[in-house]
Structure formats: C-alpha cells, structure tokens
Design a protein around this ligand. Structure first.
Ligand code: DGJ
Length: 708
C-alpha cells in the first residue's frame, strides 16, 4: 500500500505523520514553508544488513511485534494471550490541525484511537485511547505515547528534586540505550517532575534546537528517552500502572494522559514561550480574568496558633501593606493544634473560633480583600474522629500495616462513601462561607495504595480530579491552589482545575531562584506562587535582605508569608514597596514573553519578561554566589525590537555604593548608572549593558522602555 502523509502545521514547527498502513510520526521540527506530501518519500529507510529483512517503523504505539526491539508503547495481555499487538490504520480524520487515527489489531481484539493536535502556540498534544474489543479483559501493563525526535537531539535535560528543593535541572549526553524517569509516589512528586527535554549538543537558554515534553498527569508516571542501536531516538511518556492495576473489560477504553510537546529552534526560551502561550491560550482560566491578587498566607506567621482576634489584626495590617487576598492556612478545624491530629475532621474548631468564621471573613472583606482557606481533603490522621468512626476508609492493602507520613494516611477515594463525605464537607465549607480561594494541600505520598485488595493509585488520581471538577463546577468563582508539601503536585492536568501552584515550602530567596527558574521552563509566572518570607528563612535559617526576597517573589504570583504585625519598620516598608512594584508590573509579568538569559558566570542568573509588542521589558539580575570574575560582564537583552530605541532604567537595587561611599564591590559604577542612556534594541541585544559588580545573594531590577 502507498503510504499516506498528513501534516499539522504552525508558525513554530510542523509535525508530519505517515498514516497508512500504520501510523508513524516521520517529522517533528521547524515549520516547513514548501511542504509537499510527496517529499516525505525521501525518508523511506534502507534495510540494514545483519538485522531483520524489513523496515521497522517507530509507530505511534511503538509495537514490539513490528521488530522494534526497544521500549514498546504498549504492553499487556489477555490471560497471557494477545500480548503482541500490531495495529493497522482503519480510519484517519484531519480537521484543521487535529488528526485522529484509528487503528486496530483484529487478532488481538484491540483498537487504538490516537488524537494529535497542534496548537497555534506550537505545542503538540498527543494521547491514545486503547479499547478492548473482546469479552475477556485485557490487562494493561503499559500504554505510552511515543514521540520520535531527530537523531541530532543528543543532550537530555530533566529535573530532580525533593521537598523544599523542587525543579533542579540536570543533564547528560545520551549516546546509547535509555534515560528513564520513574515516579511511584502517587502524586506528580517533588522528585520526578514529568518532563524531558532533549536537544542538539550544548543547547542552552538561547541557542540550539530543543524538543521538550511534559506529561499532564498527577500520579505515577514513566518518561523515557531512548536511543536505538540504529541511531534513531524517541521520547516516551505514560502513566505508570502498578501490578494488576489496570484491566480493560469488553468495550472499555483507557486514555493515556496528554503528552505536551514543543519543538524550538531557539533554545529553551523558545520552548518555554510556546508552553506558556499554550497554557495562556488553552488552559489557564482565572474567574473574571482578574489580575493575580497579592496574597498574605498565615502559615509561617502563626502556624497552628489561630486566634481570630489576632488574625483580624493581621488582616488589617496586611491590607495596609497592599495585600489583596488573605488566606488562613492549616489550624482552623476541630482538634488541629499540631500536625499529628484532626485531618478528616472538617468542622470548624469552635474553641478557636467561637463565633464561627464569619467575623473573620467579614473583617477581611471589609478591608477590601478576598478570603482564602487551607484544606487537605485527601488525608486522615489516625488521631481523628473520622478515623475512629471509619477505620476502613484508609487507602491501603488489607493485612499490612500502612506507614504514616507526617502522621497521616490517605483516604480511599475509590470508596463512594469517602468521596461523598468529602464532597459533603467541602460543600459545607465552600457553600456556607464567603470563600474566594482554597489552598488544597496533599502532604504525603501513596504507599500500597489499595481498594478492595487491588492497587488503586491510578483511580485515586482520577477521583481527586473528579472531586475538584465537581467543586469547580459548583463554585466557579472560587480559585484553587495546588499544593503538595510545596511543589509536589504541579502539572498541566491539575492546572485545568486550579489557578495557582505553591511552588515550594522553601521561601529562601536563594533557593527560590533555582526552583522558580526550573518551574519556569514549563509554567508562566502568573501561576507560580512566590512569597516574601521571613528575614530568617524558616526552611534554611539563611537571612536575606528584603530587596533580594522582594525581587525574587516579583517574578511569580506574589504573596507575603509571615506575621506582618511582628515586622519592624524597615521590613514593613519593604513589603509595601515590593507589593507596589508587583502591582505596577504584573500586567507585563503575567502576559509577556519570558526570557532566561545565557550568562558567562553560572552564579549570575538573569531573567526578563518582554511585552508581546516589544515596547517594555523588565529584567532581574540575581547574583546567587560569589562572582567567578572581577567584572560581571555585559547583559545582552533578548526579545527587543532591534530598530527601536529604549530607555534603560534601574528600578530597584540593594543600596549599590562605591567604595568611597562605604561599598566594597566597585570603585566606580558602570557608566549608564550615572548618566541616563537610550540605546537601540539592536545594540542592547548584540553588545548589551555593563553590569555592576554585585554581592552574592543580591539582585537588581532593570526596565527597558521603547521611546521611539
Ligand atoms: C504544607 C504546605 O506546603 C504549607 O504551605 C502549609 O500549608 C502546610 N502544609 C500546612 O500544614
């Protein structure tokens, strides 16, 4: 049969597929201006000597049966039978930039429906639906989305992490075999963010070709970068199923999570800008489209020590600082005096709040702020009324002792009674109180996640989505934050149901620079919760100036997390200043294009946001450690209009002084700091601006404004 080709196209990149007689992605790369399907015939591969006598395509399902010999996209069986399917295309439909390929293996009794979409942003979305066409159940061991990438994509970048240290990038040059990320923690995890980036050798923020993928799934997952012995490469991503967890009865269909992929010819920035644009166009929805309000979260200010009178004073002080949303964190419900008890008892603690929550809420609202509250619905403490009444509601396998984590267990959401209970309690909370915002936490991982004796981690994630969907539907004006001990549940599928992520429990500005930069590869600033914490960071005991803390929080969705009553005059003036600065710049920060700048010294971290019309930019230069060199070098500004002229201004800095004025890093400032300069966008991009010599753990903020 003559092969048939389909192209999905965007200005950023194209995807070309062969669809007959099997489906295979044959091209994912730069946009093609002169594409003809006939040209694709040039990719017909030779059959090498010493191997099978046939060509072995990397099909959409990457079946082993075609002679692939590497990680397949599908594994499973029907009581040991029908275990090596090979799919043949039976239907192809293309509508605009959406392609649906239906294929079947009649021998094995399976149908595969593949949906592939290319958005204007350049982001490709792919998912497969596997249907069982026979009476006996088909046990699904694996079902992955497979995306071939160019042979020149030799470097691999991924993220490791842990609690208080999320999104730490690392990379390797992969020449042979595979690089695999496996997450078995039952939530997206701090440790294994579901993304892989591969690119040409030495790709950087601003240079090289990059192929990046993210799996939108908040449970167990596996991602792989595979190099075949014939040199072909592919990325693969899937929900990871525990033994016996997934079986398809006759007529049932299992959908993979969506894989999101981007090709960029301009390094990591191009990839991030595509992902950000995609999320802004298609996923992120803020009620009434409102600007991201400044938060004050009580957690690191008072912890479990709730006193409504004091909290109201905190709210008054917060309003004076310019806060727009006041959030009561953990500690408001019955028996919750510490982290060892009460999860599950979602009733107001009347010893702490004898008049209910209403006086606090009214006070907060009378100050012109929104009111938010913390919950952790999926959890139960052994020391709780809920556990005493329903010890069988815990997610576990019978016959084993379930380990606690932060003194808590997980509730079995597959149990309809549990689900109904949580829906009821959340409906009480959200329906009977004037709540605008919910911080939804999840502070432990799933271990031996079981329902009726069988593994149920996948089902747990689906029921969590269902619960959140139902609450979103009932209370469309309420915003949700996804928090899981900080950044343990950050991904695109949960973002369809929430409006903000708590990026990390670590408010240390130095650590936050790396965490937030890591997160920025896939998420735009407006969904990245970033708070100014105490001068003495609670997570690291480091101390940072208010300038460094304030500027670091500026490039996200800014908040304050401390007790504003206890702050001294300098600190308070600082909070006010950065809240004000954030309000002034958030329209740009939350709509513009994000740029991370390649710098000669890894300890100098630069990021900026430039408006889509290139008229305005805001750049943050953070000196993380002692500079490597005596001089800091030039900052070359990306993203500007080369033909325009810009006014460069220093907006904020940590009291930069020369030696004669008591400073110690410079005898003379860079020239532009002493006399105002306007420069062309071209000059700023190609030659740049000499940076001042900064102390470690400090930052400066620069703006560029087009004047003609
Ligand atoms: C973990 C969260 O990440 C913190 O911000 C805080 O909400 C605590 N849980 C409360 O228990």
């Amino acid at each position: 049969m003559e092969p048939t080709f389909h192209r999905l196209t965007s200005q950023h990149g194209d995807l070309v597929l062969r669809t007959e007689s099997f489906a295979e992605i044959v091209y994912f790369g730069p946009h093609l201006q002169h594409f003809t399907a006939q040209d694709c015939l040039s990719l017909g591969r030779p059959v090498a000597n010493g191997r099978l006598d046939i060509d072995t395509p990397i099909t959409l399902a990457a079946e082993l049966g075609g002679g692939l010999f590497s990680s397949p996209g599908i594994e499973g069986h029907r009581n040991g039978l029908d275990a090596s399917p090979i799919f043949t295309t039976c239907q192809v439909e293309q509508h605009g930039q959406t392609l649906v390929v239906t294929s079947e293996d009649r021998e094995a009794g399976l149908r595969l429906t593949s949906e592939i979409q290319l958005a204007d942003s350049g982001v490709v979305q792919i998912r497969h639906g596997l249907s069982n066409l026979r009476a006996v159940a088909w046990q699904v061991d694996r079902l992955a989305v497979t995306l071939p990438v160019a042979e020149r994509a030799r470097d691999v970048m991924a993220f490791h992490g842990r609690w208080t240290r999320e999104f730490q990038p690392h990379r390797i040059a992969l020449e042979h075999d595979s690089f695999v990320i496996e997450n078995r923690r039952g939530r997206t995890s701090h440790e294994h963010f579901p993304a892989l980036i591969t690119g040409t050798s030495g790709f950087s923020e601003q240079q090289g070709e990059v192929w990046g993928v993210h799996l939108g799934w908040s449970g167990n997952h596996r991602l792989r970068c595979e190099v075949k012995s014939d040199g072909r490469r592919y990325l693969q991503a899937e929900a990871l199923y525990l033994s016996g967890e997934m079986a398809l009865a006759e007529g049932e269909t299992l959908w993979t999570p969506w894989l999101y992929a981007s090709y960029s010819a301009t390094g990591l920035n191009g990839m991030s800008q595509q992902f950000h644009r995609f999320l802004r166009d298609e996923v992120i929805r803020f009620p009434d489209n409102k600007a991201r309000p400044v938060h004050l979260n009580t957690w690191e200010g008072i912890y479990f020590n709730h006193n409504p009178h004091y909290i109201m004073q905190m709210a008054s002080r917060a309003a004076e600082l310019g806060v727009e949303r006041f959030i009561i964190d953990d500690g408001w419900f019955r028996g919750r005096d510490h982290d060892r008890a009460a999860l599950g008892d979602w009733y107001l603690d009347e010893t702490k709040y004898p008049d209910g929550l209403a006086p606090v809420i009214s006070h907060v609202k009378s100050l012109g702020m929104e009111f938010g509250i913390w919950v952790e619905p999926e959890m139960i403490n052994p020391d709780s009324d809920l556990y005493r009444a329903h010890p069988d509601w815990v997610l576990k396998l019978p016959g084993y002792q379930q380990a606690t984590g932060r003194y808590q267990w997980v509730l079995d959401l597959s149990n309809p009674q549990v689900y109904a209970f949580l829906l009821d309690r959340m409906t009480w909370l959200l329906g009977e109180h004037a709540i605008d915002y919910v911080k939804w936490d999840m502070n432990r991982e799933l271990v031996q996640a079981g329902h009726n004796g069988k593994a149920a981690a996948d089902a747990q994630t689906r029921h969590y989505y269902r619960l959140l969907d139902e609450l979103n539907q009932r209370y469309p004006h309420i915003e949700f934050e996804s928090c899981a001990s900080g950044g343990g549940r950050i991904d695109y599928e949960v973002l369809k149901r929430c409006h903000r992520f708590w990026a990390s429990d670590n408010n240390d500005a130095l650590e936050r620079n790396t965490i937030q930069r890591g997160m920025s590869y896939f998420f735009p600033p407006e969904v990245m919760g970033a708070h100014i914490g105490n001068r003495y960071c609670h997570a690291t005991f480091r101390q940072h100036s208010i300038e460094f803390r304030g500027l670091t929080a500026l490039f996200g969705h800014l908040g304050i997390e401390l007790d504003p009553i206890k702050a001294d005059a300098d600190e308070s003036a600082g909070y006010q200043r950065y809240v004000q600065l954030y309000k002034q710049w958030r329209p740009l920060l939350h709509t513009g294009n994000l740029w991370r700048v390649d710098m000669p010294d890894a300890a100098t971290q630069v990021q900026g946001v430039v408006s889509c019309d290139k008229a305005t930019g805001l750049f943050l230069v953070s000196q993380l450690a002692m500079p490597d060199y005596t001089l800091a070098g030039n900052l070359r500004f990306p993203g500007l209009d080369p033909a325009a002229r810009y006014q460069v201004s220093l907006i904020d800095h940590p009291n930069i002084r020369v030696v004669s004025e008591g400073g110690h890093t410079m005898r003379q400032l860079p020239a532009w700091m002493s006399s105002a300069m306007t420069l062309s966008g071209e000059w700023l991009a190609q030659a740049g601006l000499a940076l001042p010599v900064l102390d470690p753990e400090s930052a400066i903020l620069l703006s560029v404004k087009r004047i003609c």
